[in-house]
Design a protein around this ligand. Structure first.
Ligand code: ATP
Ligand code: MG
Length: 178
């Protein structure tokens, strides 16, 4: 048996596929009997297909926690204190779940955004992830991954946009985008 080591994985870049890549990994992990948690930092209002798919698998296999409410204004003085509070709450929850060893894989969905918006301290996140239990895999998604997170990570993939239907005016499609 190969040695088990929790990986720190980052999916970033401007192209589509960061969250879906994390979900694909989660699907694979569940098949191997791993327990998965996804904490969503921004999502909260829209209903994504993966929420129902995770329920079909069962909470004991895969759980998704939308802990945001979607942002209207972000960054600097315009950040709504309520979004800031939800963001801190999502981080504290995610960190506790990672340290609690209940899950084998924890996805911090869109955490890169909230760090780049200045809503979460990158030093604090990097320190906690560096000190996490050794066997726990963590995936961080979102554009503009912080350089310190990239440095700590074992695997970093940057999605590059080659084409996106949005540029042709085609809007989000059910089952593909949500
Ligand atoms: P997905 O959840 O589809 O994997 P993502 O996580 O890579 O996308 P996000 O930055 O989280 O992308 O964006 C979320 C939404 O924006 C999705 O509905 C996605 O389809 C859309 N989107 C992603 N990339 C692009 C792009 N390059 N141009 C326009 N819209 C995009
Ligand atoms: Mg995403």
């Amino acid at each position: 048996m190969p040695e088990e080591k929790g990986l720190l994985i980052v999916y970033t870049g401007p192209g589509k596929g960061k969250t879906t890549c994390a979900l694909g990994t989660a699907f694979r992990a569940v098949g191997q009997g791993l327990r998965v948690l996804m904490v969503q930092f921004i999502k909260g209002s829209w209903h994504y297909g993966e929420l129902d798919a995770a329920k079909m698998l069962g909470d004991d296999k895969m759980e998704i926690r939308p802990m945001g409410r979607g942002f209207v204004k972000v960054g600097g003085a315009e950040t709504d204190p309520e979004d800031l509070r939800l963001c801190q709450e999502a981080w504290e929850f995610g960190r506790a779940q990672i340290d609690g060893r209940k899950y084998d894989l924890v996805v911090l969905d869109e955490i890169n955004y909230v760090i780049s918006y200045g809503m979460l301290d990158p030093e604090k996140v990097v320190k906690a992830l560096a000190e996490r239990p050794e066997r726990v895999h963590v995936i961080c998604t979102g554009r503009n991954a912080h350089p310190k997170l990239v440095e700590l990570a074992d695997l970093v993939t940057e999605m590059r946009e080659v084409k996106h239907p949005y540029t042709k005016g085609i809007l989000a499609q059910r089952g593909i985008d949500y």
